[in-house]
Design a protein around this ligand. Sequence first.
Ligand code: CUA
Length: 316
Amino acid sequence: MGLKFLPTTFLIYESVTSGSAALYRVFWLYMIVAGLVFVIICSVIGYLIMRYRAQEGADDPPQNHGNRKVEMTLTLMTAGVGIFLFYLTLSTMLDVNKPVEDQEPDLVVTGHQWWWEVEYPGENVTTANEIHIPTDKELIVELQTADVIHSFWVPALGRKMDLVSGNKSYLRFNVEKPGTYQGTCSEFCGAQHAWMRIKVVAQPEEEFDRWIAENSQPASMPEDSLAVTGRNVFDRLTCGNCHSIEGTEADGEIGPDLTHLGSRETLLAGRFENTPENLHRWLSDPQKVKPGAHMPKYILPDQQVSALVSYLEGLE
Ligand code: CUA
């Protein structure tokens, strides 16, 4: 678009896709144009104030009204700047937002109150909140919601996209640089909207394939006695009506898939680091940790909570 000279970062934000680079360039273009207009107007006002300020003994200066030439020039200049920015915005939008037609998505992201479900069609992998993707590959992401409107936005990857009930929306991007990129739900969606974070882990292809291979395995069987007890508690409380654990009877689809919970870095859509202590706090009193969350509170003796934690954290 001829804007290649403009930067593709802003403060802590960097772009790692051509789409986000294009957006940052348009952002900078607006900053520069608006900045120039600001400086020019301030200078003219400043000059006029100094040049025509009240002078001792002088009469009021002549009062002039209407000047067709000046008015036309200013109107055309303003319209010109508007049309220029409109054209660049529109062409960037068309560039960044190519339609997706009849193409299979590489991943399907579903927004829930208040977490993200991530599925890899054809790979038998389902996870939550932490999205692993390969670098240097054009990806098509299908977005949908299970309840209210959410919005998926990871600034480094490009545009924001709303998830609207009864509708599928799409994003496409090709991440050029391995790394971890943070994002968040960007449409107010209820009590825990602020804790609906997204973490995208972009990995070179072999590393990503390894992750897929590990995550397509069924859950590991609990070994020590505490974890075995935990599994029994899990079954007894019918946790599997809401959560899935591949390789067991648990096949619920209301809450996050727990097959490989132990290998995730965070809990509760970025609310906490994934540690046994934090999982223990959550299971003891979900409403205290994430008020409004749809996880029911079970009144359990501390020992049974510890058993559950041992079982779930062992699912790697
Ligand atoms: Cu989901 Cu805000």
